[in-house]
Design a protein around this ligand. Structure first.
Ligand code: SAH
Ligand code: SF4
Ligand code: F3S
Length: 447
């Protein structure tokens, strides 16, 4: 019997990369690899990279440098770069870091087994095409027999919005949706393997318009409705959304579909109309605020999260104050905020930049406000009863950790039989990043 080669994938960036890594591992497992958690004993190391901010991209080169001794120790080791840095830099990576054997962009993953074989044969293998075919259909592979209770499922990829700061339209290509039947088939397969919660992924997931059974386009709300009918699928989430694609039927789904969880990540980036325009976001701060009102009218307890960029070119103190004002009005439950990072090839990179110390100062002020809001949202849960899906053992004996309907981490004393199941939990205490609660059921065993 020949020994299987070992595969180690390190994933950076967004959840779509997490999903892609999983699918790449499945495809390479079918090609004879077994997964390993440690790079030391791997025969193929893949870095699935992110290009969204400068720091994210630089990490890749420093990680590659760290892999040098592994290659010296194992002459059979092949090193590959996948993801958005692979797409953005392509052959540049092979030139800058000779220990790389393989570079594959996000739309070419179905060609990975073939690229791997070429790299094995001693070639430098590079593929950063945007092929016509659907990579996920052709990726194939051997799905893991059993898996945890939650899973990602990519339903939409790419972006046509071209926000002035963003590399995604260049690294992921044009917007495309997977057909409804494919998504449902994959979702059923996940549920058969123990999944009870699916998060639908897309760079602009709410722009989803996949082909339905009769060939017509189905909206994200339509897809969610179909998924909700799958027996055993108890929770549905989706991310990331653009404000302009928050269609009426999707807002209504938050009121009507019990499986659709009360959490929405809806980035706005800035609260200044001038900056929103310069960013090419195609909406005003007021449009966003009215939208949040309508979503809250449909689902009053929904927890809103978002993304912000501070120090975008041209941002004045008054623009930044407008962002703080918008944040105060929305009252977020959770948020991600970043200093603007000029990305090569994007329009905003060419403009006059805000000084680094101004960006840093604004970021810390914004983060202090967002942190206070998150803590208030955590505190507001105390005394309430929520569903918790238990995912793993907690730090203390007899304790499990799960996620609430609102995606907050919750620690509960509960028997291991609850793992992978949803229980009603009364929240008893709140910390900035997690909650504590007790089972709101008569026995500590699931029924
Ligand atoms: N499609 C999503 C966001 C994808 S990128 C959307 O439209 O909201 C995730 C987040 O990274 C963005 O929301 C933005 O806040 C941040 N980001 C993107 N490009 C950036 C840049 N050049 N500098 C700093 N942050 C950036
Ligand atoms: Fe980037 Fe804008 Fe597209 Fe989001 S909508 S992926 S921020 S270009
Ligand atoms: Fe990063 Fe690419 Fe995702 S740039 S955020 S890995 S789409």
């Amino acid at each position: 019997m020949t020994m299987s080669r070992k595969l180690h994938i390190k994933t950076y960036g967004c959840q779509m990369n997490v999903y892609d890594s999983e699918r790449m591992a499945e495809a390479l497992t079918a090609a004879g690899y077994v997964a390993t958690d440690t790079p030391e004993d791997a025969d193929l190391i893949l870095l699935n990279t992110c290009h969204i901010r400068e720091k994210a991209a630089e990490k890749v080169y420093s990680e590659l440098g760290r892999l040098k001794p592994f290659k010296a120790a194992n002459p059979d080791l092949k090193i590959g770069v996948a993801g958005c840095v692979a797409q953005a830099e392509g052959a540049e990576i092979l030139a800058r870091q000779p220990l790389v054997d393989l570079v594959v962009g996000p739309q070419s993953y179905h060609r990975l087994p073939e690229l791997e074989a070429r790299a094995r044969a001693g070639e430098k293998a590079l593929d950063t095409d945007f092929p016509e075919e659907d990579k996920f259909d052709r990726l194939g592979g051997r799905p893991k027999a059993q898996r945890g209770p939650t899973a990602f499922l990519t339903v939409q990829e790419g972006c046509d919005k071209f926000c002035a700061f963003c590399v995604v339209p260049y690294t992921r290509g044009a917007e495309a949706s997977r057909p409804v039947a494919r998504v449902l088939e994959e979702a059923r397969g996940l549920v058969d393997r123990g999944v009870v919660e699916i998060t639908l992924l897309g760079q602009n997931v709410n722009a989803y318009h996949g082909a339905g059974p009769d060939g017509g386009a189905v909206s994200l709300a339509g897809l969610i409705g179909d998924l909700a009918k799958i027996d055993g699928l108890e929770r549905i989430r989706y991310t990331t959304s653009h404000p302009n694609d928050m269609a009426d039927d999707l807002i209504a789904a938050h009121a009507e579909v019990p499986e659709l969880m009360p959490y929405l990540h809806l980035p706005v980036q800035s609260g200044s109309d001038r900056i929103l325009k310069a960013m090419n976001r195609q909406h005003t701060a007021d449009d966003y605020l009215r939208l949040i009102e309508r979503i809250r009218a449909a689902r009053p307890d929904i927890l809103i999260s978002g993304d912000f960029i501070v120090g975008f070119p041209g941002e004045t103190d008054a623009d930044f104050e407008a962002t703080l004002a918008l944040v105060r009005e929305v009252r977020y439950g959770q948020c991600y905020s970043f200093k603007y990072s000029p990305r090569p090839g994007t329009p905003a990179a060419e403009r006059d930049q805000v000084p680094e110390e101004v960006r840093a100062e604004r970021l810390s002020r914004l983060q202090a406000l967002l942190q206070a809001q998150q803590e208030a949202a955590q505190q507001a849960m105390v005394g309430r009863q929520v569903g918790v899906l238990f995912e793993k053992a907690g730090r203390l004996p007899g304790q499990l950790v799960g996620k609430s309907d609102h995606l907050q981490a919750v620690h509960v004393e509960a028997g291991e039989d609850w793992l992978g199941r949803i229980a009603p939990v009364e929240i008893t205490a709140a910390a900035p990043n997690s909650l504590a609660g007790r089972l709101a059921v008569a026995t500590d065993q699931p029924g």
